[in-house]
Design a protein around this ligand. Structure first.
Ligand code: GUN
Ligand code: ZN
Length: 678
């Protein structure tokens, strides 16, 4: 996103970042897993907890009313079409008199669409772009939509370019007359990533309250999920991260996990009713015709209460209503599952599991993970577990980061010998614990460092507790197979070629000890505990961190129960704690001061406005509104130094957002403060 000048914060102001023209829509990020986010969208008619589905209500044919949906599925908001209302005399008059909320008899958030899709489907609409904007202003939805131009998949670059140009022109015209009405500015650009990103970038400079991604209905209908991934990622790259993103026409539960994992917040679709009218049932794994089913593999109230023969024998309207209900139950239930995965930090797992429902979906993971560089920026620094779902799990962005950080942020201790341990296949503890007696035997003979040949490639023993390696859940037998795959063997060779020690040996039982005695005997100088602390510090805080932190007399305080290091004291002062389970540090103030003194800005820092600094010193969290700038190297969950503009340390905390988000959001917490510094 190219920053709108009105959004960049001055360097001398006391206050928070200036907001654009006050909008009655607000958006707050509450929880996240990578790009996937659980947010709250505040509207004049209450809030939406995202990710969520806005079911399409056709005001001419309300099989289920918005009110019924709220009762049955907890639906918070709905979408309807202002063009359908506009061109029906009866609805038009009614909506002008009562507003769209009166028309639908619903007091929750209502979004309106504009006729774009009708124009695409039927070739013409009898309304001008400005006219439908004016009409939406009169019927007052919580969010209206511009009359963007639908850019289908099969378009030449030039055609797509024209459509983006016209959509942007209409967007600018809409903004000029939107007054206090909130509008959504739709991203078009067919399947061309640069056009998508350009369109998104230009729209983000305009004061829109939401950004739908449009033109994807045929892409979804044809199961072109790799293209869908490409389109969403390109659009997200250009969009202001502080605005909600809607995916137009996506109402099949099959794609919710993937689309949410790419940062889509809301969905709409008429699928639930279209499929019902066609006697089809939606499931997270796909769609089934009623005619194919013998049983109902679902526990929703509809399926609990009826049987396939009963459904078949019903008359049309009754059956359609029941199937529509089942379809919406399934959609909302899947979204709850997606949200739970965000809160749990298991969204990639869910995406990979669900992808097994359709070969095209599974194939789309290749496109997904080929964008690992972009995705990595949003990836939390660690998660509770790394569950291996299938071969594509090994392409997740956090593995690339793990491997790259070991390459870039780690200096191998200069021991005389290296002993390589192969993945044993029956390991239930860390490498250090599993090979405890082997390590002590080797250290009695020589000065050795230890490297593990793992499914992630070569991992120096210092990293054996770190995410994703230390938290990986994988069949031990499979872990052993993966650790001896040609790819890992290659990685081991490359690793070994770079080694400058005298002697490298693969552990092979007692014989290895005999060989070491003959070839490489020396006094051991390698202390695993200390090396681990140094390695973790550089891995987590970047080059120079260990050097800055560990200059003096170190003492490790160990847990009485587990014997693992918990606190690190330097010359008697508690500088860091080591989190159980993730092998990462939390900062204490004396440690933060050492990092602050040694590591130049902007590294490891979030800079806050003076108004905020006062509160952060007292231990209160940092709100995005007050973030002036932020180190782009920080990731969600990272430990961070909070400073004022003079680079005075005011607090320490943990990142919730990343730089782009913290700088863009006007609402919500950017950093949870652990300790203020008076
Ligand atoms: N409904 C389905 N696709 C689209 C789209 O691209 N634009 C708009 N405005 N509505 C849609
Ligand atoms: Zn059901």
């Amino acid at each position: 996103m190219i920053k709108d000048q009105t959004r960049t914060k001055g360097t001398t102001s006391n206050a928070a970042k200036p907001t654009e023209t006050e909008s009655n829509i607000k958006f707050e990020l509450l929880d996240r897993d990578g790009l996937g986010r659980a947010c709250r969208l505040y509207t004049p008619h209450g809030h939406l907890d995202t990710p969520t589905l806005l079911p399409v209500i056709n005001p001419n044919d309300q099989v289920l009313t918005a009110g019924e949906m709220r009762k049955l599925f907890g639906t918070q908001g709905v979408i309807t079409n202002s063009y359908i209302i506009y061109k029906s005399e009866r609805l038009h008059e009614n909506a002008l008199q009562k507003g769209v909320h009166g028309l639908l008899d619903f007091d929750g958030p209502i979004m309106t669409d504009s006729g774009t899709f009708q124009l695409f489907m039927y070739g013409r609409v009898n309304v001008q772009p400005q006219e439908i904007i004016e009409f939406q202003k009169q019927i007052k939805p919580d969010i209206g939509t511009i009359l963007d131009v639908f850019g289908p998949a099969r378009q030449t670059y030039e055609e797509a370019q024209e459509i983006v140009k016209e959509t942007l022109k209409r967007a600018k015209d809409a903004v000029d007359i939107k007054d206090g009405q909130a509008f959504a500015g739709t991203v078009q650009g067919s399947l061309y990533p640069d056009l998508r990103e350009h369109c998104a970038d230009e729209l983000s400079k305009l004061p829109f309250e939401m950004h739908p991604i449009g033109g994807v209905v045929p892409v979804i209908e044809q199961y072109l999920f790799s293209d869908l991934v490409k389109v969403i990622i390109a659009s997200k790259k250009g969009l202001d991260p502080s605005r909600p993103v809607h995916l137009f026409g996506a109402g099949h539960p099959l794609i919710f996990p993937l689309a949410v994992a790419l940062g889509c917040d809301t969905f709409d679709s008429a699928s639930y009713i279209k499929y019902a009218k066609d006697d089809r049932l939606l499931f997270p794994e796909g769609t089934k015709k009623l005619a194919q089913l013998e049983l109902l593999p679902c526990l929703c109230p509809v399926c609990n209460d009826t049987t396939v023969p009963e459904l078949r024998s019903m008359d049309g309207p009754e059956r359609i209503k029941l199937l529509a209900k089942h379809n919406l139950y399934v959609c909302f239930n899947e979204l709850v599952r997606v949200k739970e995965a965000i809160l749990e930090g298991t969204l990639w797992e869910l995406v990979e599991m669900r992808a097994r429902a359709h070969p095209q979906l599974l194939h789309s993971l290749k496109e997904l993970y080929s964008n690992w560089k972009y995705l990595e920026h949003f990836e939390p620094i660690s998660r509770k577990r790394f569950l291996y779902v299938g071969p594509e799990s090994m392409q997740r962005p956090e593995i690339k980061r793990f491997v790259n950080r070991i390459k870039d942020r780690y200096d191998r201790p200069k021991t005389k010998t290296i002993v390589m341990f192969q993945e044993p296949g029956n390991r239930t503890t860390s490498y250090e614990e599993h090979f405890y007696s082997e390590i002590s035997d080797v250290q009695k003979i020589t000065d050795a460092h230890f490297v593990c040949q793992t499914m992630f490639g070569p991992v120096p023993i210092e990293f054996d507790g770190m995410y994703p390696f230390g938290q990986s859940v994988v069949d031990p037998e499979l872990a052993r197979e993966l650790a001896s795959s040609p790819k890992v063997i290659d990685q081991m060779k490359t690793y070994s070629h770079k080694l400058t020690n005298e002697f490298t040996i693969i552990w092979d039982g007692e014989q290895t000890l005999e060989n070491l005695k003959m070839l490489s005997s020396a006094k051991n100088m390698f202390d695993i505990a200390e090396a681990r602390m140094r390695a973790v510090a550089d891995y987590q805080f970047g080059p120079g961190a260990a050097e800055a932190l560990f200059k003096g007399e170190l003492k490790f305080v160990r847990s009485k129960n587990t014997g693992k290091i918990r606190n690190i004291l330097l010359d008697g002062k508690h500088i860091l704690s080591l989190s159980a389970g993730v092998s990462l540090f939390t900062m204490r103030v004396p440690g933060a001061r050492l990092l602050h003194d040694a590591i130049p800005k902007p590294r490891l820092r979030v800079v806050v406005a003076p108004d905020s600094a006062e509160f952060n010193r007292k231990g209160k969290s940092v709100f995005s509104k007050f973030v002036l700038s932020c180190d782009a190297g920080l990731r969600p969950g990272d430990e961070v130094l909070i400073t004022d503009e003079e680079d005075t340390l005011v607090a320490i905390g943990r990142m919730v957002l990343i730089d782009l988000e913290a700088e863009a959001f006007d609402m919500g917490i950017a950093v949870r403060v652990r300790e203020g510094i008076k």
